[in-house]
Ligand binder design. Structure first.
Ligand SMILES: *[C@@H]1O[C@H](CO)[C@@H](O)[C@H](O)[C@H]1NC(C)=O
Ligand SMILES: *[C@@H]1O[C@H](CO)[C@@H](O)[C@H](O)[C@H]1NC(C)=O
Ligand SMILES: *[C@@H]1O[C@H](CO)[C@@H](O)[C@H](O)[C@H]1NC(C)=O
Length: 355
């Protein structure tokens, strides 16, 4: 997802508090029997970022991002809510405050945890000058060490979401490294992810949710080659290698710790299930053209949110974002994420019930 961060002109930074409120948690959504999380800590990239990325660095702070929620651009890479918001809703808490906005948040808001994810980042450094996952965990560790926001007793019911959605791989491709090196690089990415997971657990987080990589070969930036008709199976085969290594790493970690510490969120199959849904999954929308994004640049040099020097918009947007699974060339719409989490609900519930 190399193209998800576009260098755009600078906006003045100001904050409206409405922007930082995520999905409201409610008791109705409180399905945890064995384990009742009260805090969510989030690490990763644009699938999870809810407003850390700098306005000057990202299209996610430009119209039409955020038009569904919160109603204007606020840093999420979608028309509305993203993975973090839906996981928070699932566990029954408010979406955690982005790290960048922590000093503007009241104590009450901080109690739901914190989101350290930055769009465009990976476990290694990517094409954007933003904190990789190691540095994000450093931020978390520094906050714990300072001890003024969270006490160690706060962690007995904490959950982490660790999103690794492909920026390491788009960086690999952008560097024109030979395809023959891909499998070894995938191993490095998974090994580094394992290091990160171990570290987050050692810092005291009790449950750690790890999404499998989504089918990258089905992202609109790739399927544009077939007019959004077909996924690229050779890319999905590499994704499956990543996912099987990641599942092995998680099995090893669970064996070392306690069987149910690390939870796999199978985004790969959830995406495919939603694409194929013809009504069998009532909670999931049936998308007519699931691979076709809602918001696209008018030509290949432009993206969702692009404007030219005169401020003329260089993208088109679908009539109803709820009718599209994908928002832009690599990110789901809010309705897309809602459908994915609907498909995942049963397996997530089973994972969280294990104390
Ligand atoms: C993360 O970023 C820091 C700062 O750029 C760098 O020193 C470190 O090597 C990076 N970590 C990994 C695992 O690439
Ligand atoms: C799939 O992606 C690979 C690698 O990016 C590319 O070489 C190949 O041409 C693509 N296949 C199709 C059918 O588009
Ligand atoms: C789990 O750990 C035990 C003891 O450390 C080891 O003997 C066993 O092979 C491990 N199982 C797996 C699936 O890794």
């Amino acid at each position: 997802m190399d193209s998800l961060i576009k260098l755009l002109f600078c906006f003045s930074v100001f904050l409206l508090f409405g922007e930082i409120n995520g999905v409201e948690g409610s008791d109705k959504n409180q399905r945890m029997y064995g384990f009742r999380p009260t805090k969510l800590f989030v690490f990763g990239d644009s699938y999870a970022d809810t407003g850390n990325i700098k306005k000057s660095l990202s299209s996610s702070w430009k119209f039409p991002y955020g038009i569904t929620f919160p109603g204007k651009p606020a840093g999420r890479f979608s028309d509305g809510r993203v993975s973090t918001d839906f996981l928070a809703k699932f566990v029954g808490i408010k979406s955690p405050i982005p790290y960048f906005w922590k000093d503007y948040a009241g104590k009450k808001r901080l109690q739901y945890g914190m989101n350290f994810a930055y769009g465009g980042t990976g476990v290694f450094n990517t094409q954007v000058p933003l904190p990789n996952m190691t540095t994000q965990i450093d931020f978390f560790q520094n906050i714990l060490t300072a001890g003024d926001i969270y006490a160690s007793s706060d962690f007995s019911s904490s959950v982490a979401l660790v999103s690794v959605a492909g920026n390491d791989y788009s960086t690999f491709i952008a560097q024109n490294r030979p395809n023959s090196e891909f499998p070894a690089f995938i191993k490095q990415v998974v090994d580094q992810t394992e290091v990160n997971l171990r570290r987050i657990h050692a810092l005291g987080v009790k449950k750690i949710a790890v999404p499998l990589l989504q089918p990258l070969g089905c992202l609109p930036g790739i399927t544009v080659a077939s007019s959004f008709q077909r996924c690229n199976e050779s890319q999905n085969a590499l994704v499956q290698l990543h996912n099987s290594l990641l599942q092995q790493a998680v099995a090893k970690l669970n064996n070392e710790t306690k069987q149910s510490t690390f939870i796999i969120i199978d985004l790969y199959n959830a995406f495919l299930t939603v694409f194929k849904n013809k009504g069998a999954n009532p909670g999931s929308t049936t998308f007519q053209s699931p691979l076709k994004p809602c918001c696209v640049g008018v030509s290949s040099e432009y993206f969702c949110g692009s404007v030219d020097e005169k401020g003329v918009k260089k993208y088109v947007i679908c009539d109803n974002p709820k009718s599209a699974f994908f928002w832009d060339e690599s990110h789901p719409t809010e309705e897309g994420w809602r459908s994915v989490y609907s498909v995942l609900r049963e397996s997530l519930t089973a994972s969280f019930i294990k104390a």
